[in-house]
Each structure stands twice: as structure tokens, then as C-alpha cells.
Design a protein around this ligand. Structure first.
Ligand code: AMP
Length: 274
């Protein structure tokens, strides 16, 4: 979805894990709560989201992943969006059997281990049970909250990843929440490449090529124009030469001929008189 729509994914879980790893005050507050499967206080996550939405990369739109998780968070989000003159396009509920969640957590643990990444402290069967309990008591009421506001779309999260992606996309299109091509283009325009990145190097290359191509017609036009001017000069020179030839050769001949005719006439007249 990030690639398709050119928008950012804002995951409160990821942001909190980064804060824990960096040992920030927020991270220190959240660490134990997260490890036990509870929910971090509302004001903490609302503050994080409010700051993040203001970042330039979120200008084109964003996906809130794992937020809001409580009714007070949803109310705070409504307020935030109102203040920032933003509109919530849709709320997507991914419905998954609880039994499937445990095997997904196990798969994630195995994949993270394979990649050599640090395993999440809350990815254990015991903490998962607690997280599910937090979900039921604090997050599930949001289904009612958003369906009452006609914002909720429920997608079957038991399907394969690409099928879930397709279903979300179709739902967003049906809601008129997105115009993929237009948004993707404006996203590319809105997010210029950062200096020093691979992307910026590639962009610079393309820009250079484009500039060269743009300059080429100008250069060849100049050349063509120069040729045209030169050609005219040459042609003019040729014409002048031709004229000079005519004047130098034929004119004297003609005048000589004329003179001879006149002289012959005079002689004939004189003879006739005699
Ligand atoms: P997640 O990565 O979304 O599974 O979140 C991991 C943990 O971060 C959760 O179990 C909570 O402890 C905490 N967390 C993430 N998002 C929120 C939120 N919106 N409100 C409260 N706690 C959150």
C-alpha cells in the first residue's frame, strides 16, 4: 500500500520499539508495559502520532497501523485530524482467527531469527494471550465506534497476503478513498530524493540525460541555422561570381559586336552616299 499509493505507514508499535531500543523517556515508560502485553498510556501514543503526522513525508497521506487501539485514542485522533484539517478515508479491520494468530507469531519469530534480527519480547504464546485480552477489552469497542460513523470496512485476514492487499485496494477504490495513479505521481513530486542517496544519484543521472536531450535540439538547431547561413553566403558568392562572369565575358563581347555592327552600318551608308 505504501508503494501503491505513495504514502507512509505509521506504526505505533514500531515507533515504541524504536523508542525502547534508543532508551528515550517514552521508551523507558513503554518497555515493561509492552513486554507484558498491556497497552501504553493513551497520551503517550497520541503525542507520538500527532508529531509524526506533521512530518513532511506524511503530507501525501498515511496509514495508521496499530493506532487507535482504544476509544479515547480514537476520540483524540478525531480531534487531531480536525485541527490539522485532515480527513479519515477509511478504517480497515482485518479479521483473523485467534488460533491462526499464534502460528503467525511463531512464523514471525522463525523469520526474524533467520534474518538475525532481535526477537520481540512480546512474541511468546503467554504474552500473545495477554495481548488478545487487551484487544478484546480495549480495542474491539472501536468496531462499534467506527461502524457507527460509517468508516469501518472489514476484510478477511485469513486470506493470502496478496489477496488481502487486493481486497483492501478494492475497498478503498469503492469508497473513493484513493486515485492510485494521480496520488503516486504527486507523491513522487512531493518527495524529492534526499542528497547522497542511491535514489538521488539515479535521479541526478536521469536529470542530466534529460538536460542533454533538451540541449541537443538547441545545439543541432544552432548548427542547422549556421549551415543555412553559410549555405546562403556560399550561394550568394556563387551568384555574384556568376554575375561577374557574365558581366566580364559576355558584356564586352556584346559591346564589341554592337560596335562592329554600327561601324559596318556607317561604312554601308558612306558607300551608298558615294
Ligand atoms: P504492535 O507492534 O502493534 O503489535 O504493538 C506492540 C505493543 O506496543 C502493543 O502490545 C502495545 O504494548 C504497544 N502499542 C502499540 N500501539 C499502541 C497503541 N496505539 N496504544 C497503546 N499501546 C500500543
Amino acid at each position: 500500500m505504501v508503494q501503491r499509493y505513495g504514502i507512509v505507514q505509521l506504526s505505533t508499535g514500531e515507533m515504541l520499539r524504536a523508542a525502547v531500543a534508543a532508551g528515550t523517556p517514552v521508551g523507558l515508560k513503554a518497555k515493561e508495559i509492552m513486554a507484558s502485553g498491556g497497552l501504553v498510556p493513551d497520551d503517550v501514543v497520541v503525542g507520538i502520532i500527532s508529531d509524526r503526522i506533521d512530518q513532511p513525508d506524511a503530507r501525501n497521506g498515511f496509514i495508521l497501523d496499530g493506532f487507535p487501539r482504544t476509544v479515547p485514542q480514537a476520540e483524540a485522533l478525531d480531534q487531531l485530524l480536525k485541527q490539522k484539517h485532515l480527513k479519515l478515508d477509511a478504517v480497515i479491520e482485518l479479521r483473523v482467527n485467534e488460533s491462526a494468530l499464534l502460528s503467525r507469531v511463531e512464523t514471525r519469530v522463525a523469520q526474524m531469527r533467520e534474518r538475525g534480527e532481535e526477537i520481540r519480547a512480546d512474541d511468546t504464546p503467554e504474552v500473545l494471550t495477554k495481548r488478545l485480552a487487551s484487544y478484546r477489552s480495549q480495542t474491539e469497542p472501536l468496531i462499534h465506534y467506527y461502524s457507527e460513523r460509517r468508516k469501518l470496512s472489514t476484510i478477511d485476514g485469513m486470506m493470502a497476503i496478496d489477496e488481502v492487499t487486493g481486497a483492501i485496494h478494492r475497498q478503498l477504490v469503492a469508497l473513493g478513498a484513493t486515485e492510485p495513479k494521480v496520488r503516486a505521481k504527486s507523491a513522487a513530486r512531493a518527495a524529492p530524493a534526499k542528497k547522497g542517496t542511491k535514489q538521488s544519484a539515479a535521479k541526478a543521472k536521469t536529470a542530466k540525460k534529460a538536460a542533454k536531450t533538451a540541449k541537443k535540439p538547441a545545439k543541432s538547431a544552432k548548427k542547422a541555422a549556421g549551415k543555412a547561413v553559410k549555405g546562403t553566403k556560399k550561394a550568394a558568392k556563387k551568384t555574384v561570381k556568376k554575375v561577374a562572369k557574365k558581366a566580364g565575358k559576355k558584356a564586352p563581347k556584346k559591346s564589341v559586336k554592337k560596335g562592329a555592327k554600327k561601324a559596318a552600318k556607317k561604312v554601308t551608308k558612306k558607300r551608298a552616299k558615294r
